[in-house]
Design a protein around this ligand. Structure first.
Ligand code: AMP
Length: 599
């Protein structure tokens, strides 16, 4: 009994302040079911008079049974008409009794545009609460994090207004602009090298430049290096590769590059007492000039104890590259969150990336789970509605789709994430993030599904028509070996008249046409963030896709059921495809992108 009791506790807090946070985690994970019951009752009481709950005749009930029997499980598309009314300026309580303060624009898209998630003021405190749990947990595993700084590359993205005048922006842009973040009290465990002014600058070059400059300037004090996602940290390394000379010069002379024109950055950099440091400039020059980038992070920031970046889910593809640049520093994934709701945290942040599991905090929202059946059994499922499970009903090893109800008014909303139960902390399940549904290609925060890829190909095919050429088969690949990564599309063409085959220019144009067809998140990454490189088409020899099928069959696939995979990553298949390449083509321009929404 004593052993079990010990295991259920996380460990002795590193400092007095952490005790409260660890006790909170302990309470939440011990009382999962009662907290969930209370959260649902609070949400339903608060929103009892909303149009949405009245529509389903909830009649003020706050218990789970009535809620489950009356409220349908929905997706974003079901909610779109209500969201549109709010976006157009209807201030009546449609989804939430509290005023919708802004929309959070998710990286998941609907009809090519970011989904709009309504949010309310009090959600900022709920997010802040989850953030406040991260360091107390980290301090259990890594000592002395109060003895230096964190170099975090954090960015805001473009904001727009809806027709009704509400702000629409990504959740992190909202958070970095909040008082909770900007006027956070001093905490020795959360001292960042990046000044707020640099984080809040919407010009991505100026923001990155000044954050990198500060990171280099405080080089000896940096104890951890991070970004939200792995792709963001690699973008920073790429930036260093391209700009180290100018950065070293600024450090040598104690001046600030003239390209930094943002007055608030210039002002805050001068207040940092940014003195000339020729020794540091020489050190940076020595490390960067040889063209050897292996282990660059631990060479430039030698006191770094770990990299703080999410490498679970789609970001796992970056682990080898991060290991290369960091000299195998530990990678930590601390939290799991979304625009809809912040979910939870990793209670063992120093574990291997493949072992990461997230514990959903039951106070953040009301969580239900749909058993994720294999495709075979879902084909035969009858029409009876699936029964949703509670956090405490879940079984070890099984996969579930996450369904949430939030204080801001989402009810039984399917997030689209598939999670597997890896273990329990007290009575709280711990989840391995398996994948997001329907994502074929992803480099940064973009998520391109099969239908979007097909539509892009169809648009490009229009250009081939006048050359009497069609695409016999295609597949795709997210190439993350380059920084930034880029989409690669393999095409096998059927050219009717070899004397009138599509030219190199036309095939380059096909690349751009495809990019124009992709969703706004893809185009924003490509244009504003430079986090995705130009799309590439690789033309393969005729017969290549038949060989691909032969290969799959030789490995046990059924001939009748064989389907061309629309995305590939398995090395032997990549080798086969690449050995049959006849020509390669790239987008020669950026697709169009503006922050304004099309619908
Ligand atoms: P967004 O809607 O743009 O805020 O993106 C939220 C989505 O990002 C989640 O629903 C997940 O699919 C993904 N995500 C967030 N945190 C993690 C994580 N720690 N590991 C893997 N995927 C994550």
């Amino acid at each position: 009994i004593l052993l079990m009791a010990m295991e259920s506790l996380l460990g002795p807090a590193a400092c007095k302040k952490d005790e409260k946070a660890l006790q909170f985690i302990q309470d939440m994970t011990t009382n999962v079911d009662s907290v969930q019951e209370k959260v649902l009752a609070e949400i339903l009481t608060q929103n009892a008079n909303t149009e949405y709950l009245k529509r389903y005749k909830l009649g003020g009930a706050t218990d789970r049974d009535t809620f489950k029997s009356k409220i349908p499980v929905i997706t974003y598309e079901d909610l779109q008409p209500d969201i549109q009314r709010i976006a157009n300026g209807d201030r009546s309580p449609i989804l939430s009794a509290h005023p919708i303060t802004e929309f959070l624009t998710s990286s998941g898209t609907s009809a090519g545009e970011r989904k709009l998630m309504p949010t309310i003021q009090e959600e900022l405190d709920r997010r802040q609460l989850l953030y406040s749990l991260l360091m107390p947990v980290m301090n259990l595993y890594v000592a002395d994090l109060d003895k230096g700084k964190g170099l975090y590359f954090l960015f805001v993205k473009a904001e727009t207004k809806t027709p009704g005048g509400l702000l629409a922006r990504p959740v992190l842009t909202s958070y970095y602009n909040s008082e909770q973040f900007k006027t956070r009290p001093y905490d020795p465990y959360m001292v960042y090298t990046s000044p707020n002014e640099a984080i809040l600058c919407s010009d991505s070059f100026q923001s990155m430049y000044s954050q990198m400059l500060c990171g280099l300037y405080y080089q000896k004090e940096v104890l951890r290096v991070g970004a939200v996602f792995a792709s963001g940290l690699l973008r920073a390394i790429r930036f260093l590769q391209l700009n180290w000379q100018q950065l070293a010069q600024d450090i040598a002379t104690g001046t600030l590059n003239q390209r930094i024109t943002d007055p608030s950055i210039r002002e805050c950099m001068s207040s940092i007492c940014f003195k000339p440091n020729p020794y540091l400039a020489e050190f940076i020059t020595n490390e960067c000039s040889g063209g050897n980038w292996e282990g660059i992070i631990s060479r430039i920031w030698p006191n770094t104890k770990y990299l703080d970046v999410i490498v679970t889910g789609a970001m796992a593809q970056y682990i080898p590259t991060l290991n290369y640049y960091s000299g195998d520093l530990p990678l930590t994934c601390t939290m799991y969150a979304s625009s809809e709701c912040y979910f939870g945290l990793n209670l063992k942040p120093m574990c291997e990336p493949s072992e990461v599991s997230y514990t959903i905090m039951p106070n953040m929202g009301y969580f239900e789970f749909l058993l994720h059946e294999s495709s075979a059994s879902s084909l035969t499922s009858d029409a009876s509605p699936p029964r949703l499970l509670e956090l405490v009903d879940l079984e070890l090893g099984k996969e579930y789709e996450l369904v949430i109800s939030t204080y801001a008014g989402l009810c039984r909303y399917r997030v689209g994430d598939i999670l597997r139960v890896k273990g329990f902390h007290n009575s709280a399940p711990q989840f391995h993030f398996v994948r997001r549904k329907n994502v074929l290609l992803s480099i940064d925060s973009d998520k391109t599904d099969e239908a979007e890829l097909q539509k892009a190909i169809d648009n490009a095919l229009e250009l081939l028509r006048e050359f009497n050429t069609s695409v016999v088969e295609y597949t795709s690949y997210a190439d993350t070996k380059t920084i930034p990564g880029h989409y690669v599309i393999y095409w096998e063409l059927l050219v009717k008249d070899p004397n009138d085959a599509p030219t190199h220019e036309v095939l380059n144009q096909c690349c751009l046409t495809m990019e124009e067809a992709f969703n706004t998140v893809y185009r924003q990454c490509r244009v504003a963030d430079n986090s995705i490189g130009p799309l590439e088409i690789r033309i393969v020899k005729s017969g290549t896709f038949e060989e691909l099928m032969d290969y799959a069959i030789s490995r046990g696939a059924s001939i009748n059921q064989y389907k061309v995979p629309r995305c590939v990553s398995f090395t032997p298949i990549m080798e086969l495809l690449d050995s049959r390449v006849l020509s390669v083509h790239f987008s020669k321009a950026c697709p169009h992108w503006t922050p304004e929404r099309r619908n």
